[in-house]
Design a protein around this ligand. Structure first.
Ligand SMILES: Nc1ncnc2c1ncn2[C@@H]1O[C@H](COP(=O)(O)OP(=O)(O)O)[C@@H](O)[C@H]1O
Ligand SMILES: [Mg+2]
Length: 337
């Protein structure tokens, strides 16, 4: 029996101005027991909508969703008990301290004598010295840890994390992944959405990619990586790019990255640069990673392959260093969230 089963799930939101928004269109896939599964997609792809339907926070317009065989509508309470959901938005009750909030959450799921597990969660998530702090006093990163603790307080077998590391510093990301990977090793199923493709590549055994409410890729991570253009030519440039590269290059400030299938294609790119008389620096060739695959897939299912990245998805200027964030894929039909 799959841990999670999405069967032809569609969702449309009414909208007065432009007609209904089809947030999900016939999404079908299963996540097997014990998998670490990644759900990727640009903003507005429908990831949170799919998770909200799974968690019973939104209703599908059609289709069925099951958690360990339990229908999320017909068997709402039983299905919900199997799930630990870390929501994308920071929501919390400001009136309690950390430990109280975890006790209340335990009670909500009918779990008694939970102090041992609560202590373990506080310890593992680096919240132990904040146990008596009021929720209002927690920093953003601490609140995020608290959301994870709250989601796991009833020891759910299926864990769902909706962008848990958005705007979170490197240290917390590492703590969090160590902890969640440990739970997965001990048998928990994990469904993760993230903008950090490095994380998804390292953690997820299988990945589904959503675009405009449809599944556009669903593969083992290793297969996705094999199917990509195998190399990427990367360099820095101060002048305008030659027109041949437009629509093909990923540009981040002065860094340009060009997917290339083979040495011949790399030579051709270098010849174009030479003929245009352009000065480039720090030229290197690297192997394609999940970010390249993601951009490839998104471009194939959109109108343009041109990608220009800004500061990444994080709103927190102190936050992430190191991780590669998904750049906004500019394509006709992509909706903002
Ligand atoms: N409550 C809502 N009412 C109307 N439209 C919504 C609502 N929630 C999401 N949407 C729309 O549904 C689409 C998918 O959004 P969402 O599931 O949040 O995407 P993601 O999590 O992948 O960024 C977007 O076009 C978004 O604007
Ligand atoms: Mg979302």
């Amino acid at each position: 029996m799959p841990a999670i089963s999405f069967q032809s799930v569609s969702k449309s939101y009414p909208s007065a101005r432009s007609g209904p928004i089809n947030a999900l269109e016939a999404v079908s896939f299963d996540i097997q027991d014990g998998e670490f599964f990644g759900l990727l997609g640009p903003n507005g792809a429908g990831k949170t909508t799919l998770i909200s339907i799974l968690a019973g926070l939104a209703r599908a317009s059609s289709g069925r969703v099951k958690v360990q065989g339990l229908d999320v509508q017909a068997d709402y309470a039983a299905a919900r008990r199997r799930l630990g959901v870390v929501p994308q938005e920071l929501v919390f009750d400001p009136f309690f301290n950390v430990r109280e909030a975890l006790r209340i959450q335990s009670g909500y799921f009918g779990v008694k004598n939970n102090e041992g597990w609560i202590n373990e969660l506080l310890e593992s998530l680096g919240l132990a010295d904040k146990a008596n702090a009021n929720m209002r006093q927690l920093s953003g990163g601490m609140k995020r840890r608290m959301l994870v603790a709250q989601a796991l307080v009833h020891k759910p077998p299926v864990i769902v994390l909706d962008e848990p590391t958005a705007g979170v510093d490197v240290e917390l990301r590492q703590t969090l992944w160590q902890f969640v990977a440990g739970l997965n090793k001990r048998g928990s199923t994990v469904l993760l959405t993230t903008h950090y493709l490095e994380e998804a590549e390292a953690l997820c055994g299988r990945i589904a990619m959503l675009k405009c409410g449809r599944v556009v890729a669903l593969e083992r991570t290793s297969e996705l990586l094999k199917a990509a253009s195998s190399n990427v030519l990367r360099f820095k440039i101060d002048s305008e790019l030659p027109p041949e590269f437009k629509g093909r290059a990923r540009v981040t400030g002065r860094i340009v990255q060009l997917p290339a299938h083979d040495a011949h294609e790399i030579e051709r790119y270098l010849a174009i640069i030479r003929q245009a008389g352009l000065r480039v620096e720090d030229v290197e060739v690297r192997k394609a990673d999940l970010e390249d695959v993601f951009l490839d897939v998104m471009a194939k299912h959109g109108e343009t392959a041109a990608v220009v990245s800004g500061a990444g998805p994080s709103q927190d200027p102190k936050a992430p260093s190191g991780g590669s964030a998904v750049h906004e894929v500019t394509s006709v039909g992509a909706r903002p969230s």
